[in-house]
Design a protein around this ligand. Structure first.
Ligand SMILES: Nc1ncnc2c1ncn2[C@@H]1O[C@H](COP(=O)(O)OP(=O)(O)OP(=O)(O)O)[C@@H](O)[C@H]1O
Length: 331
């Protein structure tokens, strides 16, 4: 549904006298039909500029893209007809009602009056706007407003929808409601490209993500793939004093254990830990839930009885950290 190669954009500053800002330095992305694809990155990473280029609102300086089956540079009008775009702040006016906005938006896409009114009614129902949609937009909560923005973005039934940070500033329940609506659009066959700087949103909502930093894609894949690439799963074992050498001896040769490390404690296994904390033996495995029972069997056969066993799964924050050298600032 989207294929980009080397898409880039710089902005002139101080009327062309300052150093140009390289907002996007060469973005390569592939978004398949029917997926929710997340562009994850910190503020200023180039997410908005990327979305605006793909939605024909900003002209790229270089690179190629095919969007919704049309060439971005050669056929921008075709791209525009096939897509929907919801900007970060949304676009509703305070004095008009959601229903009026929906009818107006449909009319702007050339839809006849009766059909526009019918579609507005359907959208009110589908996005749960019935309770408030005949009041002026200025009286809505942030979450209600975002649902109206979504409804406006798809009133012309595009096959591809761009959402720029759709849940920024919303409280968790409103965020969950917006995610529900986005999932419903996917279930109806729509492809959704969403930009976000929330790790939880990228992880929980998106089928695949591209991590963007300083105008480049630094990682692309499903959230699970990306987390696995970084570390696989980890299992933490807290052992009785003196048990560690025997545990390491039986665990290291196992082919499904890719690494064994000691975390915490003073490293000396003499029953006299320097900081009072028993060391944790951390094992790296491909799939912790299936490795766990085997692990316990091997330890039991060796006469080792762990005090504590815990599953540790890497997060997207670990991925971001590994690829960029710093954690993602989510404020
Ligand atoms: N019109 C413009 N003129 C000059 N610089 C710009 C312009 N638009 C964006 N930039 C700069 O380009 C860089 C990327 O901005 P962009 O808005 O694409 O990032 P973003 O990842 O969407 O961040 P945010 O989440 O804060 O919107 C930033 O350094 C920004 O200041």
């Amino acid at each position: 549904m989207i294929v980009t190669q080397g898409l880039r954009k710089s902005f002139a500053t101080r009327g062309g006298r300052g150093t140009p800002v390289d907002a996007v330095r060469g973005i390569d992305l592939t978004v398949g039909p029917g997926e929710i694809f997340g562009v994850l990155g910190p503020n200023g990473a180039g997410k908005t500029t990327t979305l605006r280029m793909l939605a024909t609102l900003v002209r790229p300086d270089g690179g190629e893209a095919v969007v919704a089956g049309a060439d971005l540079r050669a056929e921008p009008a075709t791209v525009r007809r096939r897509i929907g775009y919801v900007a970060q702040g949304g676009g509703t006016a305070d004095a008009v009602t959601a229903r009026e906005e929906l009818v107006l938006q449909a009319r702007m896409y050339g839809i006849g009056k009766a059909e526009a009114v019918a579609r507005a009614g359907e959208a009110m129902e589908a996005f749960g706007l019935g309770e408030f949609g005949d009041r002026p937009c200025g009286t809505y909560s942030g979450g209600q407003r975002r649902r109206v923005d979504l409804a406006l973005g798809v009133i012309h039934r595009p096959r591809l929808l761009f959402l720029d940070e759709p849940t920024v500033g919303l409280d968790p329940p409103s965020r969950a409601q917006v995610w529900e609506q986005i999932r419903r659009l996917r279930a109806d066959g729509m492809t959704v490209l969403v930009s976000t700087h929330y790790l939880e949103e990228a992880d929980g909502l998106c089928d695949r993500i591209g991590i963007v930093d300083h105008g480049r894609v630094v990682a692309e894949g499903t959230p699970e793939q990306l987390k696995k690439e970084i570390a696989g799963d980890a299992v933490g074992l807290v052992l009785r004093p003196g048990d560690r050498p025997r545990a390491e001896e039986v665990l290291r040769p196992l082919e499904w254990v890719s690494g064994v490390e000691t975390a915490g404690g003073d490293g000396a296994d003499d029953g006299n830990e320097g900081d009072g904390q028993p060391p944790e033996l951390r094992l790296y495995v491909d799939d912790a839930p299936s490795a766990l029972p085997q692990l316990l069997r091997v330890l039991q056969a060796a006469g080792v009885d762990p005090v504590l066993v815990q599953l540790r799964r890497p997060s997207l924050d670990d991925v971001f950290l590994a690829r960029t050298g710093r954690p993602l600032d989510q404020d």
